[in-house]
Design a protein around this ligand. Structure first.
Ligand code: BGC
Length: 784
């Protein structure tokens, strides 16, 4: 057992040679840290990923670095497939849970925690100490190749779900790696394109989810990202990793690089990326040279080694070698998770649930019904130990006299699309209900590739349109990494968004279709009507190596609200087989000041006839804020389970931060608005109840003034007039009335104050004199 005390860790570091230190900071092979037998330091094992354990026996068991490891790694992350084509090679079967894109729609913290615990059991079973997830990059654009791994376009859901997954893992002895820190939101030239993001958007959107997750769950590791952020590689970003992560947030775990992300090892170490993964002989050699040149201080090397040792100690202390994962139980959990997350987007005339008793014939169309796309492709791809077929699950629910047929239809290779569609339409004319399994266009997607379209596979749009003309009940099931355009939406009866539902998705879908499960997922990212509506579309994906996040803080629903654009389906939307009445909202505060919290209580009743769960969303809408802000922002949520007729009251605690914006001119979170409207909502576009909370804003210092400030800005300063009159009297030997009327002459000029003043006083007053007066005023306020 490796359990050194803090002092023993320091002593181990003191005994290490420089070569051993460089080894320890550089990993061993693709998936381990280095062991140092001489000092009794063991190695630990890590692997991907966020929704399933991908344990490669060839890469992990085979051991140390070899020439092929780079190729093996590149093939893995660059794969274009969902694992159904035999690419798993020697990967151990494990549970493939719903991917982040679907788990986000659960809005269910408990479920996320249970997935974390199950992943921990599988890691313990495989002797893995650290799982490389969850990833919570904001789904800024649905085109992002890795959108499928991530939870949301909003930092509150991202942070809370991640915290639950991390706690589930770590409470059961397996470390998590919260990734990719930060702003790895696109796959296009992902290691070189700089994400150029203004600080307010960083603070309020892109870093906020990380901050929230770290505060709630203290992940053992944070993984720095591939991309540069505002021109500096994330792994080498001093402000990001030291100022924000360590100093402001107090993070005390290990920072690990993304795989081969580090370009300048010395710079990365100085900035705070302690562990360089995976092992790279060239980078090790370069680090030696950097150290020899004196470019990394010995204290930084030693502190990083101590950090790695503390992490190894944590891993070894929590190791549970005798764990046997219960894969059947995990399969049941994956089904439950999918069933609790799939989103019923549309349900005209109660098309769903289907009534097995009265159906005569159900036609199921599409290859996805028998070989479902259950996950995305890339480093997260898991070898599912078992996969539910939606068709088998649907057929299993057929009652006497009920006929279920399946017709294949591929998302890629149709021999003759027109002929296939014609034959399916012909068969459909005899069916009572048609269920089509549709998929997104497959040309580019997954890790390493952003999509270049939001379209379905072209033949799928044509198929759905043709089937809509048959006049039978038509249900569409969508499997996709993130949203797709649905040109046929008004012509179909029901749509289920299953995203990437994991290995239990087939059973979950069948349960929802037949009403054994009431759908209760809600969208965790907006679905724009068309690709051109995506926020920041006009600057995506950047040029000349820079990607300006031009929409700033207006990401996702914040943008659609601001621009009054109707999305196809808004953030937070999801239908149920029952209805919910929002009956009361009440606040425990009569106003919000700089030190108070506010508890909000919302009463919701199940006003329909079947049991169901409602995701109650709490938004805060500032009235007359000091800076331009999103119209409303999600601040909290709760999933409530209600029997027919039952009502429950849920409480939400709004903290100071929930009311504040980040003011970059003051580098602070500021409370400044006339009031806040607290909204209880069924979606971001379905506000059911609201209550107004007046605000007692904090005193905001006046803007800094200079001789070039417009005169209106100078006059708005509460002390400027008095100070200037006093100064004119003393310097120009005039009366106070004369000074006042001199000052009045400058009023109304949009030019700089000194430019205007000097018109009347020539050079009897110098610009530097006015600068001194103003500096004193500015100083008074910054001291106050
Ligand atoms: C990905 C990480 C992953 C790592 C190891 C990288 O390409 O960005 O998310 O954990 O590979 O597979």
């Amino acid at each position: 057992m490796f359990q050194p005390s803090e002092d023993e860790i320091q002593s181990l570091v003191a005994q290490m040679t420089m070569a051993e230190k460089v080894d320890l900071l550089s990993g061993r092979g693709l998936w381990k840290t280095a062991s140092i037998e001489r000092l009794g330091i063991p190695s630990i094992v890590m692997t991907d990923g966020a929704y399933g354990v991908r344990y490669s026996t060839t890469q992990i068991d085979a051991g140390d670095n070899d020439e092929d490891s780079l190729r093996a790694f590149l093939e893995l992350v660059g794969q274009q497939g969902d694992g159904s084509d035999g690419m798993f090679g020697a990967t151990r079967p494990a549970t493939c849970f719903p991917n982040g894109n679907l788990l986000g729609c659960s809005w269910d913290i408990d479920l996320a925690y249970r997935m974390g615990a199950a992943l921990a059991a599988e890691c313990q079973d495989f002797d893995v100490h650290l799982l490389l997830g969850p990833g919570i990059n904001i789904r800024r654009t649905p085109l992002a190749g890795r959108a499928y791994e991530y939870y949301s376009e909003d930092p509150v859901i991202s942070g809370d779900i991640a915290a639950a997954v991390i706690s589930g893992l770590q409470d059961h002895g397996v470390g998590a790696s919260l990734k990719h820190f930060a702003c790895n939101n696109s796959e296009i030239e992902r290691t070189t394109t700089s994400s150029d993001v203004d600080e307010r958007a960083l603070r309020e959107i892109y870093l906020a989810g990380f901050e929230r997750a770290i505060e709630k769950s203290a992940p053992w590791t944070v993984m720095s990202a591939y991309n540069p952020l505002n021109g500096i590689q994330a792994a080498e970003h001093h402000w990001l990793l030291r100022t924000v992560l360590r100093e402001e947030w107090g993070y005390d775990g290990l920072v690990v690089s993304d795989w081969h992300a580090i370009k300048d090892r010395g710079a990365a170490l100085n900035a705070g990326t302690e562990l360089d993964m995976p092992e790279s002989q060239p980078r090790k050699a370069r680090l030696h040279a950097t150290i020899d040149a004196g470019d990394v201080a010995p204290e930084i090397i030693d502190a990083a080694c101590a950090q790695v040792l503390a992490f190894v100690r944590k891993c070894k202390m929590h190791e549970r070698r005798d764990t046997a994962a219960d894969l059947d139980a995990h399969h049941a959990l994956s089904r439950e998770m999918a069933a609790e997350s799939i989103v019923l987007l549309r349900n005209e005339d109660k098309a769903l649930p289907l009534d097995a008793g009265c159906l005569c014939e159900l036609l199921v169309v599409g290859d996805g019904a028998v070989t479902p796309v259950i996950q995305g492709s890339g480093s997260a791809t898991t070898n599912p130990y078992r996969v539910d077929s939606p068709f088998v699950q649907i057929a299993a629910r057929a009652k006497d006299g009920f006929k279920v047929r399946h017709l294949p239809f591929s998302a890629t290779a149709q021999v003759d699309t027109a002929a296939s569609i014609k034959a399916i339409v012909e068969a459909a004319s005899h069916a009572d209900v048609i269920v089509v399994f549709a998929e997104n266009e497959k040309s580019r997607h997954g890790e390493g590739n952003d999509r270049d379209t939001l379209k379905l596979a072209a033949s799928h749009d044509a198929l759905i349109t043709a089937l809509a003309g048959v006049g039978r009940k038509l249900v569409v099931v969508l499997s996709m990494p993130d949203t797709v355009e649905m040109p046929w939406i008004a012509d179909v009866d029901a749509v289920l968004a299953s995203f990437y539902a994991g290995q239990g998705g087939g059973e979950a879908l069948a349960r929802i279709m037949f009403g054994e499960q009431n759908p209760c997922g809600k969208l965790s990212a907006s679905m724009p009507a068309r690709m051109q509506d995506i926020p920041g579309w006009h600057t995506y994906p950047g040029e000349h190596g820079r990607h300006v996040y031009s929409e700033s803080i207006f990401v996702g629903y914040r943008f659609y609200d601001l621009k009054a654009i109707a999305p196809a389906f808004p953030f937070g939307h999801g239908l149920s087989y029952t209805t919910f009445a929002y009956e009361a909202i009440d606040l425990d505060q009569r106003e919000i000041g700089t030190d108070a919290h506010c508890t909000v209580r919302v009463t919701v009743r199940n006003s329909g006839s079947v049991a169901g769960k409602e995701v109650v969303q709490l938004y805060v809408r500032p009235v007359a804020p000091g800076l331009k802000r999103p119209i409303r922002e999600l601040k909290s949520f709760a999933k409530v389970d209600l029997q027919p007729g039952e009502a429950k009251t849920v409480s939400f605690m709004l903290t100071q931060r929930d009311f504040r914006y980040f003011d970059t001119s003051r580098s602070a979170w500021v409370l400044d608005a006339e009031a806040f409207v607290i909204e209880a909502a069924a979606s971001s576009r379905d506000i059911r109840l609201s209550a107004t909370l007046p605000c007692r804003p904090e005193a905001v210092p006046p803007p800094v003034i200079t001789p070039n400030s417009p005169t209106a800005v100078v006059f708005a300063h509460p002390k400027a007039v008095a100070a200037l009159v006093h100064f004119f009297v003393a310097t120009l030997s005039i009366s106070s009335a004369e000074a006042t009327s001199l000052l009045a002459k400058t009023k109304g000029s949009f030019l700089g104050f000194y430019d205007t003043l000097s018109w009347y006083v020539g050079d009897s007053l110098k610009e530097s004199d006015i600068a001194d007066v103003f500096a004193q005023l500015n100083d008074d306020y910054s001291r106050a």
